[in-house]
Design a protein around this ligand. Structure first.
Ligand code: F6R
Length: 603
């Protein structure tokens, strides 16, 4: 988690670093700090809170040309001023993203207990680096790398080496952008896009040295190595909130366009082609199962993907939570295809799970939003979603774009395996291409849905009930509601209510029901009656053609008619909107919910 940025060049480092930190804040926002090398000494400023708080407290600080900053999501050590980065130890000042797993052993081995000022694993690294430093930064860093275990990215200043930064990493990313006499490095591409569209990924097992005159990359044997320059696809203005009050609303509104782009560029002559992704879809012919691995929202997309693979390609599909996958017994079919789904491509659990199966020799495919992220570098093949930068912590457009790719894959797999013929695939694609317009119609009505959320503001609990695909959609809706409104929202498969959860229904308890599947209306209607009989206040989100069969005097949100398999795209948009308005009306910072971070790089 945590965001890191560093700058060396002729411009005002403090402005560049503070602006960059604002863009990285979605990675963590409990405390923040910066350090600037002033030639003779290093100036450190930090505070508990957000970048804006630090900026306000700084006032007019002198202009520096070398510095770095850090926005924290606490792992080791509480949220406090002293635990905020940068960490200052002897000759060393550093910022760290990741976890030093063996920090306790190192404290023992190097007798650091009485000299550490914080409870952070990161300070242990600073102390050790200072211990090894004898004027040669490279040999000190080399010794540190050999000693520490875990995942990390570090940016470092040595107090006696002015105007210079050093960086190295393992798993946790650092990307670097270089212009004439100016270098910017960061945990991800967002801040780099302010400077240039060319960048390189800092390789593992290398040490980066930058000052105004040179940017040099060394391997661990001190040989100079080259890095491959890449181009940032995303434009700087995509990181702008425009006129929206929150990024989340902007990202909800962007969904029709993103979903359209994700689908449309893979349609060639009316059929699906992944040639542009360098993925040969004939691989889908050979497989005998699909194993999807993901976390959170991406996992929920995987559950819908499973339904599509099993229905349209008749291929057995399992979906695993990445954090659980490593503990599960490894019984796979003979020819599985592993699919890792991740918006960020940096979720450590997903990375580790996919790395494991890749090492066992299985083919791996990533469905990823962030280009050149760590997961994409591990997977044999990557299909990129066209969601563009997703900045709000709660994922919205990445989810619907992940669904779009999973649907395309499932249909393509069905064709390869001769479960579907070309005509059927063409008609499914036609239906898929209608979705962006249906999503747009729904999003355009968002102010109407807002009125219906007033009932939920004062409740601590909320039930979401549905069956089949509706249940899967509600799992994602419940996650959205939990993470940004802090209401305890649980999705239940309606058929399960009587097996336990109905015991929790009490007078005036809010229940949200989703009914979009033609063959489930009667059963679902009965479930709604059962909850109402126990005093629940039910709001039903229902597909238009099913409304007459509901036949209950009840609040409804009507979804435009479309084929049952595709309604997920529209249903989830309504749930995102409801969550968004509840959170806004409760006065929360929707984009930065408490305790969360967008990129989860710790297990
Ligand atoms: C929820 C949310 C998280 C992420 C999860 C996986 O809104 O954003 O649940 O979906 O942390 O992240 P990625 O997709 O980046 O692997």
């Amino acid at each position: 988690m945590c965001g890191i940025i560093g700058y060396v060049g002729n411009n005002n480092a403090s402005k560049i670093i503070l602006d960059g930190l604002k863009m990285l804040q979605y990675r963590g926002y409990d405390s923040v700090g910066v350090a600037f090398h002033g030639g003779q000494n290093v100036n450190i400023y930090k505070c508990v809170g957000k970048v804006e708080d630090l900026e306000n407290s700084l006032g007019n600080i002198p202009s520096f040309t070398c510095g770095f900053g850090h926005t924290r999501w606490a792992t080791h050590g509480s949220v406090s001023y002293k635990n905020a980065h940068p960490h200052d130890f002897g000759n060393v000042v550093l910022v760290h993203n990741g976890i030093i797993e063996n920090y306790k052993d190192l404290i023992e081995e190097f007798n650091l207990k009485d000299i550490l000022k914080t409870t952070c694993d990161s300070e242990v690294a600073a102390a050790l680096l200072n211990y090894y430093y004898d004027g040669n930064p490279f040999s000190a860093i080399n010794k540190l790398i050999k000693k520490i275990e875990g995942t990390y990215s570090f940016v470092i200043m040595f107090k006696d080496i002015p105007d210079s930064l050093f960086a190295f990493r393992k798993v946790s990313p650092i990307v670097v952008c270089k212009k004439e006499r100016e270098v910017l490095l960061a945990s991800d591409l967002m801040p780099l896009s302010l400077m240039s569209d060319r960048y390189f990924v800092l390789p593992e097992e290398s040490i980066l040295f930058v000052n105004k005159n040179k940017t040099t990359l060394y391997d661990l044997n001190n040989n100079v190595i080259e890095s491959e320059l890449k181009t940032i696809d995303w434009k700087a203005d995509q990181f702008d909130k425009k006129d929206f009050p929150f990024f989340m609303e902007k990202e909800i509104v962007e969904q029709p366009d993103c979903v359209y782009k994700t689908i449309n560029k893979r349609i060639v002559d009316g059929l699906i082609s992944f040639n542009g992704d360098n993925f040969d879809e004939s691989i889908l012919k050979e497989i005998d199962s699909v194993e999807i691995i993901a976390c959170g929202t991406s996992y929920h997309a995987g559950l819908v993907g499973k339904a599509m693979f099993e229905k349209h390609a008749l291929v057995k599909t399992n979906v695993s939570l990445a954090s659980e996958f490593i503990y599960a017994p490894k019984v796979f079919s003979k020819k599985p295809l592993f699919i890792g789904i991740s918006q960020s491509g940096e979720t450590i659990d997903t990375i580790e799970a996919i790395e494991r199966v890749k090492n066992l020799g299985y083919p791996t495919l990533g469905i990823i939003n962030v280009k050149d992220s760590s997961l994409s570098r591990i997977c044999d093949y990557t299909l990129y979603t066209d969601a563009g930068p997703e900045i709000a912590v709660a994922s919205t457009k990445a989810y619907t774009c992940q669904l779009a790719l999973l649907y395309l894959l499932a249909f393509s797999c069905g064709l390869q395996r001769k479960v579907l013929d070309e005509n059927k695939v063409r008609s499914l694609i036609d239906e898929l291409l209608k979705l962006p317009e249906l999503m747009k119609q729904t999003i355009d009505k968002r102010n109407e849905y807002h009125l219906l959320t007033k009932n939920y503001l004062n409740h601590k609990d909320l039930f979401l009930i549905g069956r089949g695909l509706d249940y899967l959609t509600l799992l994602e809706g419940a996650l959205k509601i939990k993470e940004i409104t802090y209401i305890h929202a649980e999705a239940y498969a309606s058929g399960e209510l009587k097996h336990g959860p109905i015991a929790l229904i009490e007078n005036s308890m809010p229940v949200l029901a989703l009914i979009t599947q033609d063959d489930l209306i009667l059963k679902e209607s009965s479930n709604i009656k059962e909850t109402r009989a126990r005093g629940a206040k039910v709001l039903v989100i229902i597909k238009e053609n099913l409304l007459p069969q509901l036949n209950q005097n009840i609040d409804t949100i009507v979804i435009p008619n479309c084929i049952d398999d595709f309604v997920v795209f529209v249903g989830v948009v309504i749930l995102q909107i409801l969550a968004y308005y509840i959170a806004i009306d409760k006065g929360y910072d929707v984009d930065k919910p408490r305790n969360l971070a967008k990129v989860v790089t710790v297990e």
